[in-house]
Ligand binder design. Structure first.
Ligand code: ADP
Ligand code: MG
Length: 325
């Protein structure tokens, strides 16, 4: 009996020293995801990662506007026709998205989505849309025309042809949800990285903090800051992957919902926040708001910081962030 006790005690000690980092990279929501967990053994780690993957796929099925059968597609197909009853989860996500629209004076707007008929960033665009086309498409944009009924849990897009899309908030939301689920399942530390939208918890097995390297997209091999991310989210949004160039001007895939014109001037934004969902939406908004308004807005929000790189490579930071060059 006594020997058994000593033996199991040693086993526990040994276990706590054998925590390791396990990581899987895969494509989800049309993007690259890196899921990292700290666990005692590979079998357990793979199970945890499978749990996260299933959760992200579940969310994708709910919010994807590519998937014809999703509740989001149902809302879009019924624009101008009828309210659609949706799960509380989707209702709440749309409610929060509208709050962020109000916070950013409409720079962030999930109803930007009808503009994907005129702005395409898959290489298929050969000329600028005309002013008339832009005007016509922007007429279908505007969060005040998203009508929510909390009691009935319905969403109604008032105008025919109106559309919502979660391109600027969905990956952040998925990162938050996967993190929460793994914590509930007892995973002590990890990182969910959804193509640059990441949320972390716990510490590395050697006791050190998770860190994120911030790079200048104009000089990618050279990280200019390595910052600790302790139980919070950091999201980096850039226009260096999806953009079109007309007359030597680079137009990003982030569009000003009020004018219908793509944002210009900023090449990268990183936002630090308690949740990846908010960080994701704010990063997109800063592209639209521009450097000055973007910094002002972030400086008024407690617990939220940002780093902006403009098209000349100039780096701007919010008030409470320090980077040593
Ligand atoms: P990424 O994750 O690709 O770096 P973002 O998180 O900034 O980029 O999201 C950009 C995507 O958000 C666009 O591809 C589009 O789907 C959508 N989007 C574009 N403009 C807006 C906007 N003003 N408000 C909300 N969503 C937008
Ligand atoms: Mg975003």
């Amino acid at each position: 009996m006594k020997t058994f006790f000593v033996f199991s005690f040693l086993l526990v000690i040994n276990y706590s020293f054998s925590q390791q980092i396990y990581k899987r990279t895969l494509k989800l929501m049309g993007s690259r995801f890196d899921i990292t967990v700290v666990a005692n053994d590979s079998t357990g780690a793979q199970q945890y990662i499978n749990t996260a993957v299933k959760e992200i796929q579940r969310i994708e099925n709910l919010i994807s506007s590519w998937n014809k059968d999703s509740q989001t597609s149902l809302i879009n197909n019924n624009a101008g026709i009828a309210p659609v009853k949706v799960d509380k989860e989707l209702f709440d996500l749309i409610f929060r998205a509208i709050q962020i629209s109000k916070l950013t004076d409409g720079a962030f707007d999930i109803s930007y989505a009808s503009m994907d008929k005129i702005w395409k960033f898959d290489g298929s665009m050969i000329k600028m849309p005309s002013d008339q086309e832009i005007k016509a498409s922007v007429a279908k944009v505007g969060y005040p025309n998203i009508i929510l009924d909390k009691d009935k849990s319905t969403v109604f897009l008032k105008l025919k042809g109106m559309k919502i899309g979660f391109g600027a908030i969905g990956k952040g939301y998925a990162a938050d949800k996967a993190k929460d689920l793994l914590i509930t399942n007892g995973v002590i530390a990890g990182i969910i990285n959804a193509s640059g939208d990441m949320n972390t918890w716990g510490k590395q097995p050697d006791g050190s903090d998770w860190k994120v390297a911030i790079t200048n997209p104009l000089n990618k091999n050279n990280a200019f800051a390595l910052l600790p991310v302790v139980n919070k989210a950091v999201v980096t949004s850039g226009n260096y992957e999806k953009y079109v160039i007309f007359n030597n001007k680079r137009y990003s895939h982030i569009i000003d919902p009020r004018t219908g014109h793509p944002s210009t001037g900023i090449v990268s934004v990183s936002v630090f926040a308690p949740k990846a969902e908010l960080a994701d939406a704010l990063a997109t908004s800063i592209f639209v708001m521009g450097v000055e308004t973007g910094l002002n807005r972030i400086n008024q929000l407690p617990g939220i910081e940002c780093i902006i790189v403009d098209e000349n490579g100039k780096i701007y930071t919010s008030d409470h962030i320090k980077i040593d060059n």
